[in-house]
Design a binder for this molecule. Structure first.
Ligand code: ADP
Length: 199
């Protein structure tokens, strides 16, 4: 089974491309959903966040205040790294279990969709990396529409991630999603054809 890593930057269109792949019946493992689910599954993560970052990020029912915590860690690279060190082992375990399941089911390709695939080092476990790229202006414009964040909050989030230019160095394929969805679909088809040609 070919493991294809799909990554991008905030608002570059990774989720959009991931949905197109799903519609085509391709198995997609969403590492971002897994990252959210592990919080529920392993209470120890919230405990660790509480002891590391303070009680102010935990609400009355013991759950993480996602928005406040997001603002806090996304504005500081060191804090974000500490958070990722806490959560990453749990995410890895779950992703590997899902890869195993798909392999046993006889899938020929699977997509591992993750915003921090490269930063986390997880890309090393994939065979091919597709980077969904968009120019910065487009990223900011689309996130503004989607998330009701201010321009400064968006820029903070973009700057807290590895730059798309840096990510390009790791990518086998760069899909330019700065234009229409039709153009994106066309590029995606070409990329998939190249990948599956050797199956
Ligand atoms: P990411 O997952 O990389 O953060 P999304 O896939 O959610 O990005 O895309 C960000 C926003 O831009 C979404 O609201 C999405 O619907 C929109 N979008 C994505 N690609 C395009 C495109 N090619 N044309 C127009 N809007 C797009």
């Amino acid at each position: 089974m070919i493991k294809i890593g799909l990554t991008g930057g905030i608002g570059s269109g990774k989720s959009t491309v991931s949905n197109i792949l799903r519609e085509q019946g391709i198995a997609v493992i969403d590492a971002d959903i897994i990252a959210r689910d592990v919080m529920e599954k392993y209470i120890v993560i919230t405990d660790k966040i509480k002891s590391t970052f303070g009680e102010k990020f935990i609400d009355g029912s013991g759950k993480l205040k996602r928005r406040e915590f997001g603002d806090y860690i996304f504005s500081n690279k060191d804090k974000k790294n500490i958070y990722e060190d806490i959560i990453m082992p749990f995410i890895k375990k779950e992703v590997f279990e899902k890869i195993d399941e798909l392999h046993k089911r006889g899938e020929e390709i699977c997509i591992i969709d993750g915003a921090t695939l490269i930063e986390s080092g997880f890309y090393k476990y994939t065979d091919i990396i597709i980077l969904v790229w968009a120019n910065k202006k487009t990223q900011i414009f689309r996130v503004k529409e989607r998330d009701q964040l201010t321009e400064n909050q968006i820029i903070d989030r973009i700057n807290s991630q590895m730059s798309l230019e840096e990510k390009k160095k790791y990518a086998d394929f760069v899909l330019d999603n700065s234009n229409t969805l039709d153009e994106t679909k066309k590029q995606l088809e070409e990329i998939l054809n190249k990948i599956t040609m050797n199956l």
